[in-house]
Design a protein around this ligand. Structure first.
Ligand SMILES: Nc1ncnc2c1ncn2[C@@H]1O[C@H](COP(=O)(O)OP(=O)(O)OP(=O)(O)O)[C@@H](O)[C@H]1O
Ligand SMILES: [Mg+2]
Length: 250
C-alpha cells in the first residue's frame, strides 16, 4: 500500500483564498478524518486530493508519485485505485442499482459481463443489499442509497476510499450503521480511508487520524487519542468545535 500525502496545498476561487498551505500524511489502513465547521474547505480539499479540482499550489503524493504532475493516461491508473462516496450519494438515477455499481468496472476494466455481475453481486451483498440489482435509486431509502454508493466505491477493490459526509441526512441509527460499514471495509480491504465530516459522533466512533480545518487552514492534526487527552491544550477554535458538538463538556 503506497502512502497518501499532501504537501502545501493552496486553492483560490477567484479572489477567495479557500485553502491555505495544507500538509498532511494519511495513515494507510486507517480511517483518516477531515473535520471542521461548514464552509471551512473540507470538500474542496477532498476534491483536490482526488483530482476533481486542481489546486494552485501544492502536491498530492500517492506513494512517490505527485498526481498533479501526471498525464491523463497516468492519472487514470491512479484513479482506478480510488473509491469515492460523494456528499449525498450521487447515484445515476436513470440506471438500476446493479448498473450503478457496475459503472466503474465498465469504465476501468475489461472484465466479462459474467465477471462484472459477480463482482456487483458481491459488493451489494457486502453492504447488506443482496439482490437489489434491478431496483432504481428512486425506490431506495436514503440509507440504502448511501450503501449503494459504498458498493460502487468498493467495486474496483480500491486502495483508497474517500467519503464526503457519508452519513449526513440519515437518522442516527442508520448513520452509525454506515460508519460501522466504512470501518469494516477499511479493515477488511486495508484501504487508506479519508472521511470528511462535521459529525463528531462519527469521529468518536471511527476516527483514527484527525485533520482539523478552520477557515481553510490546517489548525490541528494528530490521533483521536491525542485530541481527547488534553482538550485545554488544543487550539481554541478546535475546543469550541468539540464543545459545540456536545460530546465534550464545556
Ligand atoms: N466551485 C466553487 N467555486 C467557488 N467557490 C467555491 C467552490 N466550491 C467551494 N467554494 C467555496 O469554498 C469554501 C469551502 O467550501 P467547502 O465546500 O469545501 O466547505 P465544507 O467544509 O465542505 O462545508 P460543508 O461542511 O458545509 O460541506 C466555501 O466558501 C465555498 O463557498
Ligand atoms: Mg462539504
Amino acid at each position: 500500500m503506497s502512502q497518501l500525502r499532501i504537501e502545501h496545498i493552496s486553492k483560490w476561487f477567484g479572489r477567495q483564498h479557500v485553502l491555505h498551505d495544507i500538509s498532511f500524511t494519511f495513515q494507510p489502513g486507517q480511517v483518516n478524518m477531515i473535520i471542521g465547521p461548514s464552509g471551512c474547505g473540507k470538500t474542496v480539499l477532498l476534491k483536490c486530493i482526488v483530482g476533481l479540482i486542481t489546486p494552485e499550489e501544492g502536491k498530492v503524493y500517492f506513494g512517490d508519485i505527485n498526481f498533479l504532475d501526471l498525464s491523463p493516461e497516468e492519472k487514470r491508473n491512479i484513479l482506478r485505485n480510488l473509491g469515492m462516496l460523494f456528499q449525498s450519494s450521487a447515484l445515476f438515477d436513470s440506471m438500476t442499482v446493479g448498473e450503478n455499481v457496475a459503472f466503474p468496472l465498465r469504465v476501468f476494466t475489461q472484465q466479462s459481463e459474467a465477471e462484472i455481475q459477480d463482482r456487483v453481486a458481491y459488493c451489494l451483498e457486502r453492504v447488506g443489499l443482496a439482490g437489489t440489482q434491478e431496483k432504481y435509486p428512486a425506490q431506495l431509502s436514503g440509507g440504502m442509497k448511501r450503501r449503494v454508493g459504498l458498493a460502487r466505491a468498493i467495486a474496483l477493490n480500491p486502495q483508497y476510499l474517500f467519503c464526503d459526509e457519508p452519513n449526513s441526512g440519515l437518522d442516527p441509527l442508520t448513520a452509525r450503521r454506515i460508519d460501522e460499514l466504512i470501518q469494516e471495509l477499511t479493515e477488511e480491504f486495508h484501504t487508506t480511508t479519508v472521511v470528511v465530516t462535521h459529525d463528531l459522533k462519527s469521529v468518536m466512533d471511527m476516527g483514527q487520524r484527525i485533520l482539523f480545518l478552520y477557515e481553510g487552514r490546517a489548525e490541528w492534526q494528530g490521533s483521536k487519542e491525542d485530541m481527547l487527552r488534553e482538550i485545554a491544550a488544543l487550539p481554541s477554535n478546535l475546543q469550541a468545535f468539540l464543545k459545540a458538538s456536545g460530546l465534550v463538556r464545556a
